[in-house]
Design a protein around this ligand. Structure first.
Ligand code: ATP
Ligand code: MG
Length: 429
């Protein structure tokens, strides 16, 4: 196929055989968030470029080199959203729904776009589910966000494969003092730092902490620690969070080098990581961003949130073979009709069945065909039963119900008893 007729590198089709797992994942998360009292918000996929520059920060990887930015026909600079928080903050400000200290517990789902090097677990269009909470500044809500993701891992059967890493970045004042100390220390070891870290030292020094370079990591062993620079407020907040996680029985490790890629975090930062996916091991990440709303022109409004990467979690479900059995079957019954009269009767009957059993997953054979070919299709559909309608059945106003998965004998069931019969033998997934 010519190149122009292929999908863009790093942007994937999610094929019919994969969508059941996606829908299972998405509905599991949606139900959980509903149950915790979070409300869904939907933002556009495109925003003014300025929004991301202002919120994510000019000297971050995302803004420096990963954004899909283009000019609108009227000359405006627009960007495909690389993450959800910026647009969410923009939306709550624009609609005044966090004004006067109003609390909002929100969630969103959708595609994000970053021009990164595509590899397993890293794509250019990927999908996130995220939560953002506004105007609740205590550690109780930070804990709730972590507790609910922990419950989700439990529901998905992946708890044993993920680990929680936690850190506190303090308030912007304490982070400022720490940044100074770090810059002073790293500047004294400048020649031992890798090139990237030397550059970051000038632009975004905290990012040096999460370098992958071994030489720089060696220098960092004796670097000043954020924990020693935390102000009392941040320290109390962090202790409050840890106490709640302990009370909820959620294991965690403190990772003093966890700084997160975005500029806007303060106090709590956390990541759920797995060692089952290779290098792309972070499946969910978040933190507190108490200064962001103000930075974007709003009244002081605290915020905390996270985003999980759907592709990575789907990969993890597949890797751990945590795919529930019921999602692999998508058809309950398959109706085969032989001859035109039977086909017409079959259509009427199937619509009647759909009225009577709204949850029934009924596939009607299309394109006619011999006994053999229709049975083959019925079997391939994964249905539990084939409903057979031929001249004999029609004459007697019955349907032959043939089990396809070895559950008993074929039975003749009268048209008007069919719904009740199917209701007893099909347990809805
Ligand atoms: P990473 O360190 O892996 O680049 P990040 O810190 O850039 O992640 P965030 O911006 O915090 O990621 O996004 C939250 C989550 O979204 C990540 O933990 C990950 O699961 C997912 N994610 C981020 N970028 C990608 C991508 N390019 N492809 C697939 N998933 C991604
Ligand atoms: Mg990244």
């Amino acid at each position: 196929m010519s190149k122009s007729l292929q999908a863009i590198r790093g942007m994937n089709d999610i094929l019919p055989e994969q969508t059941p797992l996606w829908r299972y994942f998405e509905s599991t998360v949606a139900r959980l968030l509903d149950n915790y009292g979070y409300k869904q918000i939907r933002m556009p996929i495109v925003e003014f470029t300025e929004l991301f520059k202002r919120s994510i920060g000019e000297v971050t990887d995302i803004v420096e080199k990963e954004m899909y930015t283009f000019e609108d026909r009227n000359g405006d600079s627009l960007t495909l959203r690389p993450e959800g928080t910026a647009a969410c903050v923009r939306a709550v400000l624009e609609h005044g729904i966090t004004g006067g200290g109003q609390t909002q517990k929100l969630w969103y789902i959708g595609p994000m776009f970053r021009h990164e090097r595509p590899q397993k677990g890293r794509y250019r269009q990927f999908h996130q589910i995220g939560c953002e909470v506004f105007n609740l500044d205590g550690p109780d809500i930070d804990a709730e966000l972590i507790v609910l993701t922990w419950r989700l891992w439990g529901q998905l059967g992946i708890r044993d494969a993920v680990k929680l890493e936690l850190n506190s970045l303090g308030t912007s004042e304490s982070r400022g003092r720490y940044r100074e100390a770090l810059v002073e220390y790293l500047s004294a070891h400048l020649d031992k730092l890798d090139e990237d870290s030397q550059r970051r030292l000038k632009t975004n020094p905290l990012r040096v902490l999460d370098t992958k370079n071994a030489d720089t990591q060696a220098v960092l062993v004796d670097a000043p620690k954020m924990a020693d620079y935390l102000d009392d407020e941040s320290r109390t907040h962090f202790e409050g969070l840890k106490a709640r996680l302990d009370a909820a029985g959620i294991p965690y490790v403190i990772n003093p080098k966890l700084v997160r890629g975005l500029d806007y975090y303060s106090k709590t930062v956390f990541e759920w990581v797995t060692d089952k996916l290779g290098a792309q091991g972070t499946v969910c990440a978040g933190g507190r961003y108490d200064g962001l709303v103000e930075q974007m022109g709003g009244k002081p409004t605290t915020g905390v949130g996270f985003a999980m990467g759907i592709e990575r979690l789907i990969l993890l479900l597949e890797t751990l073979e945590q795919i529930p059995e019921e999602i692999s079957r998508q058809v309950d019954v398959y109706l085969c009709a032989f001859g035109e009269a039977a086909e017409l009767a079959g259509l009427a009957l199937s619509e009647q069945l759909r009225d009577q059993l709204p949850g029934l997953r009924l596939q009607v054979n299309a394109g006619a065909g011999s006994f053999k070919s229709q049975f083959k299709k019925a079997d391939k559909s994964g249905a539990l039963y084939a409903l057979i309608l031929g001249d004999d059945e029609l004459a007697q106003q019955v349907v032959s119900v043939k089990p396809l998965r070895g559950q008993g004998e074929q039975q003749s069931i009268a048209f008007d008893a069919l719904a009740a019969h199917l209701a007893t033998c099909i347990v809805q997934g």
